[in-house]
Design a protein around this ligand. Structure first.
Ligand code: XMP
Length: 598
């Protein structure tokens, strides 16, 4: 059966790049239904759409093999908006001309609107700033079109055939750099009068899509404990019924306190009891044994995950040939390259996009019901499905879990061999952690500073945390020691990844989580890694690092300043742990620090 678009939706023809998804998310924010379709989609498949947007794309309409939509869409009588490449494609397809650009225009530009009543301009000031990113440009208009906006470098910045409701714009309305972009998009959306989009309508829509994709087969899904896979699993159960879905949760021994129980309880309340939890913690700890290098630890954890999953899938006969598809909780940002989060990319590639999975995807054996959504939308969908607020608003937690937050050493560095601290009232920690500077990853020491009032995070300290790593190549982080007011030296001891260490970190993490929730700060903080270091102010002891951060997308981040009363309680409670001799507060931004330590 040929796929036809959701009735009443605005179809977004995806000409490449990442524009179509951004347009989709903007339209959802306007409360309207949209659906992304590939260029090959026929006009007939688009007949139930209320409007069509032709997205931008990286190619030139004259390139061999450049994406082409079905020219019959012009005969559907629906409103059409072409953006950038889409604008040029309209001109090209309707016998106008597009000239290859001599120079590329990239960045902000001023346009002058020459027809303020033409879509998308109603309500937009006559001179306005837009975002341009193109080489080619429309030179001659197709018959029946007029210029509706111009800019210095681009005479046809916008064009329209008002009668036929076909519009083209050279600039991108979907990016925030276009000052009135959302207004312009909204003008086109209103003209289309699309079906409303909300979580409930989306849930029905995605449910129909899932049913069509899965047919009479079943879905096996790996639930990691994170928000995304839990929401995807819940959705699959609701749509397909619990007897056609099987979940597997591998307990690595590196999960947060009560994580498995919390998920089982929330699912149980919804009548979902088909999640099999396998405790593989002893296998994980045995394999991790003496590993200390961050990348080595990640590889061991990743490989062990796959081997346990494979084993259980075989034991339960859940393989492709037996009519089982593989479900994944992939969300939209996971599918794009996110330069700044190199390890996240790596591990996500590992879990969601490894070669074996790519092959299964080509055979149509993978189901990813959340792949169009952003994190906040996934959370809303989770609540719509009846998952508890606290569960769907948990902070992001890395796939390898506490494994990345337990630092290990084989041969402790002697204090004498450490780089000298360039600042007063500080000491250098005898362990290194991963950071990021420029495009590269760093692996350097951190500096702990001491203050008479050890709970007071001043502007001066925050600045120091930026200046020191920028100026001194031996260091990538600056921490405030919240447990000591005058300088003390830290010594490291050989420590690997053990169950005992994971248990103490899990408890410390639970205390921090509890105090932050109690203070009503949980949802203001993007993430709050709690890190265990194999060094302390007493030989053989360990330290805990608090790493609260504010961020929008984890690509960049700043230290989040907790009220000193909260830091005080946390510090006091953690110092009562046997073997923990110091508490430190990471003040470093990303870059030069990363969010996780490793
Ligand atoms: P960094 O430490 O690179 O982290 O600043 C950026 C974001 O990515 C998360 N992260 C991971 N997420 N698997 C994941 O699913 C991983 O291996 C992983 N490593 C880091 C991190 O928690 C932060 O939100």
């Amino acid at each position: 059966m040929e796929h036809t678009v959701h009735p009443g939706s605005i179809a977004i023809v995806d000409f490449g790049g990442q524009y179509a998804h951004l347009i989709g998310s903007r339209i959802r924010r306007l409360g309207a239904f949209s659906e992304i379709v590939p260029p090959e989609t026929s006009a007939d498949q688009l007949k139930d759409a209320t409007g069509i947007i032709l997205s931008g794309g990286p190619q030139s309409v004259y390139d061999a093999g450049s994406p082409q939509a079905d020219p019959k869409i012009f005969e559907l009588g629906k409103p059409i908006l072409g953006i950038c490449y889409g604008h040029q494609w309209i001109a090209h397809a309707l016998q106008g001309t597009v000239k290859p650009g001599k120079t590329k225009e990239y960045g902000r530009a001023q346009i002058t609107i020459t027809n303020p009543t033409a879509i998308p301009f109603p309500g937009v000031p006559p001179e306005t700033t837009v975002w341009m990113s193109h080489g080619d440009a429309v030179q001659e208009l197709p018959r029946g079109f007029q210029v509706t906006a111009t800019s210095e470098d681009c005479p046809v910045a916008a064009m329209a055939n008002v009668e036929r409701r076909i519009f083209g714009i050279q600039f991108h309305v979907e990016v925030t750099h276009t000052t009135h972009g959302q207004q312009m998009l909204s003008n086109f959306v209103d003209l289309c009068n699309p079906a409303p989009w909300n979580m409930r309508s989306y849930r029905d829509h995605i449910g129909n899509e899932l049913k069509a994709q899965v047919g009479d087969r079943k879905v096996f899904m790996l639930v990691s404990g994170g928000v995304d896979s839990t929401v995807a699993f819940t959705l699959l159960n609701e749509v397909l019924g619990t007897d056609r879905v099987q979940g597997l949760l591998v307990d690595t021994g590196l999960m947060r306190k009560n994580e498995v129980k919390m998920i089982e309880a929330a699912l149980g309340k919804l009548g979902i009891n088909n999640l099999k939890a396998v405790d593989a913690s002893s296998e994980f700890f045995a394999a991790l044994g003496t590993a200390t290098e961050p990348e080595e630890k990640r590889k061991i954890i990743g490989d062990m995950f796959l081997s346990v999953q494979r084993r259980v899938a075989e034991e339960m006969a859940l393989t492709g040939e037996k009519g089982w598809l593989l479900g994944q909780g992939t969300i939209y940002p996971d599918t794009i390259e996110t330069g700044g989060t190199k390890h996240a990319d790596k591990i996500k590639t590992h879990h969601n996009r490894v070669e074996a999975i790519q092959k299964m995807m080509e055979q149509g054996l993978v189901v990813e019901p959340l792949k169009e959504l952003y994190k906040d939308e996934v959370r809303k969908l989770g609540e719509e499905l009846g998952l508890p607020h606290d569960l769907v608003w948990r902070h992001p937690f890395p796939g390898p879990g506490l494994g990345v937050r337990i630092l290990c050493t084989k041969e402790p560095e002697a204090i004498a061999s450490l780089p000298k601290s360039p600042i007063e009232q500080s000491s250098v920690l005898p362990v290194k952690s991963v950071g990021v500077q420029g495009d590269g990853r760093t692996y350097r020491h951190a500096i702990a500073v001491f203050r008479n009032d050890p709970l007071m995070i001043s502007e001066e300290l925050i600045q120091l945390a930026t200046e020191v790593p920028n100026k001194y190549k031996d260091f990538n982080r600056v921490l405030l020691c919240t447990s000591h007011s005058s300088p003390v030296e830290f010594t490291a001891s050989a420590m690997g990844m053990t169950k005992e260490r994971a248990d103490s970190l899990r408890e410390a993490d639970a205390i921090v989580d509890e105090e932050v929730r109690k203070a009503g700060l949980h949802e203001q903080i993007w993430q709050l890694p709690v890190v265990l270091l194999p060094c302390g102010v007493v030989t053989g002891s360990q330290s805990i690092v608090l790493r609260p951060i504010a961020s929008i997308d984890a690509m960049t981040a700043d230290a989040f300043v907790l009220p000193s009363s909260v830091t005080k309680v946390i510090t006091e409670r953690i110092l009562k742990f046997p073997g923990i001799s110091a508490v430190l507060y990471d003040l470093t931004s990303k870059p030069p620090g990363t969010i996780e330590w490793e």
